[in-house]
Design a binder for this molecule. Structure first.
Ligand code: F6P
Length: 359
């Protein structure tokens, strides 16, 4: 048996722990393992395919990033190429990818990725490629699994930032607006905001009204609390308004969401006259060591992916359905993206403890 592993989309702390667990589990069964570099680029002549041995995965479980590297613009079904006149065209390179995989004697592929990689995996499965998927994203927006690895680390990074912001905001009687990642999902903002006892949490699932945000800040002032912390998900948007998009993205890449914190901070200043500051936590949330939770989950996913291959569960994704790791059809995970349920107990408790969602 010869398997190959690929990591695609934005990186997330825990990727290396998945790779390590999968490589060791496979080698200990007597299988060969290859690593496809940079998503599927290694199978399209744009990068390499390397052997993965016990030595290649020594001492990597605690490291952020991915030893295989990754890309969020290498969809083989919509591969962007530039025509001689400079314009862009998207071509389907999936046949070439499959042919190269066959030439290398690859019997099955473990693909580790978020919604974009899962959609590619499903299309490759439909063309007969034997794939098992592992869900990965700091955004936690994949359905069918209670959580994805990378999310807990991102939440902890955001939490540490909120803790640090509290003291400086209080010293200066300021409102500080901190933007966290998540695209269309508000999980990072909600979890870090509640754990960090933010005063306002703004998420895409609950469009906000800036006047309600300012009501909360004024109420705190009246109670002698002259500072406030606002945690905003990058995809949050005002009622009746639009998600804030940052500049251009590269060919083949999704739109870059972000910039909402700065505009919220400006509006809060205009409405309340309070001094405000904003920051974008950005890619700090994607880097660094995975937490123990993420390392364990990633390791369990890696081991489970190899078991799924041994059981020929093609087209399945490993998933956490506590207390067990199960497999579900990739199709099921893709049916509906996971979003914060506005009536979830975390939202209820946040409201009950005085946090405003600006609604
Ligand atoms: O999906 C993960 C994520 O970190 C999102 O939260 C964020 O919007 C996006 O990726 C950023 O992507 P990039 O690394 O291309 O800036």
């Amino acid at each position: 048996m010869r398997i190959a592993i690929s990591t695609g989309g934005g990186d997330a702390p825990g990727l290396n722990a998945v790779i390590r667990a999968a490589v060791l589990s496979a080698i200990n069964r007597g299988w060969d393992v290859l690593g496809i570099k940079r998503g599927y680029a290694g199978l399209m002549g744009e990068d390499e395919v390397i052997p993965l041995t016990k030595d290649s995965v020594r001492g990597i479980a605690h490291l952020g990033g991915t030893i295989l590297r990754t890309t969020n613009r290498g969809n083989p079904f919509h591969y962007p190429i530039r025509r001689p006149d400079g314009s862009l065209e998207e071509i389907d390179r999936s046949d070439e990818l499959i042919e190269n995989a066959q030439k290398l004697g690859i019997d099955a592929i473990i693909t580790i990725g978020g919604d974009g990689s899962l959609a590619i995996a499903q299309q490759l499965c439909a063309k007969g490629v034997r794939i098992v998927a592992v869900p990965k994203t700091i955004d936690n927006d994949v359905s069918g699994t209670i959580t994805t690895f990378g999310f807990d680390t991102a939440v902890n990074t955001a939490l540490e930032a909120i803790d640090r912001l509290h003291t400086t905001a209080e010293s200066h009687d300021r409102v500080i607006v901190m933007e966290v990642m998540g695209r269309e999902a508000g999980f990072i903002a909600l979890h870090s905001g509640l754990a960090g006892t933010a005063d306002v949490i703004l998420i895409p699932e609950i469009p906000y009204d800036i006047e309600r945000v300012c009501d909360k800040i004024r109420a705190r002032d009246r109670a002698g609390r002259f500072f406030s912390i606002v945690v905003v998900a990058e995809g949050a948007y005002p009622r009746g308004g639009e998600v804030s998009i940052m500049g251009d993205s590269l060919p083949g890449q999704a739109k870059r969401v972000g910039g909402v914190a700065e505009s919220i901070a400006r509006q809060i200043h205009e409405i309340t006259s309070k001094e405000t500051r904003s920051l974008v936590l950005g890619h700090l949330q994607r880097g660094g060591m995975p937490t123990s939770y993420d390392r364990l989950l990633a390791t369990r996913f890696g081991g489970a992916a190899v078991r799924a291959i041994a059981e020929e569960r093609w087209g399945q994704m490993v998933a956490l359905q506590s207390p067990n790791i199960v497999t579900i059809p990739i199709e099921e995970a893709l049916r509906e993206p996971k979003r914060v349920d506005a009536s979830h107990d975390i939202v209820q408790t946040a409201r009950a403890t005085g946090i405003s969602f600006g609604d």
